[in-house]
Design a protein around this ligand. Structure first.
Ligand code: FE
Ligand code: FE
Ligand code: FE
Length: 167
């Protein structure tokens, strides 16, 4: 893709995010299945639903920009998901697995927060207000998910893992 303008770069990065969200739609059910604590499983399932909407919002952005809806391989998300899969292949204690899953998921959310923050700024600079609103909605969901995961980690899942270590 030729990148002459900020708008070209904007579309390019939306495609990176579209690929990332598509990968997450496939990965989150596996993470939900691997989670032991019901609250963590529910958090993954809820975020899966949100992630489907996030992919749709990106499609709406492409439409508004007159760009074809397609992904561009996001190597970062591919790698983060592979690390999560590596963890899920381990024969870990339930609480330890949950602690690891939270950590893996938070790395994903932080990547998304960084990427959506960037494209929100560009949308604003480009005067793409509708895209800006759509991307901001997603950014809020990613931040809320990150906070929820922090709360889950602090509210006992990781504590249980620590107890397990001394048992
Ligand atoms: Fe997302
Ligand atoms: Fe990427
Ligand atoms: Fe997310």
């Amino acid at each position: 893709m030729d990148m002459y303008t900020l708008q070209d770069l904007f579309v390019d990065q939306l495609r990176d995010l579209y690929d990332a969200e598509t990968r997450l739609i496939k990965a989150l059910p596996k993470m939900a299945q691997a989670a032991h604590a019901p609250a963590l499983r529910e958090a993954f399932e809820e975020h899966l639903e949100q992630t489907r909407h996030q992919a749709e919002r990106l499609e709406q952005c492409f439409e508004k920009l007159g760009a074809r809806s397609r992904g561009k391989k996001c190597y970062a998300m591919k790698g983060l998901i592979e690390e999560g899969e590596e963890l899920m292949d381990e024969d870990a204690e339930p609480d330890v697995m949950d602690a690891g899953l939270i950590g893996a998921a938070q790395k994903v959310e932080h990547y998304e927060i960084a990427a959506y923050g960037t494209v929100c700024t560009w949308a604003q600079q480009l005067g793409q207000h509708e895209c800006c609103d759509l991307l901001k909605q997603t950014l809020r969901e990613e931040k809320a998910t990150d906070e929820k995961l922090t709360h889950l980690a602090e509210s006992g899942i990781n504590q249980a893992a620590t107890v397990g270590a001394h048992a």
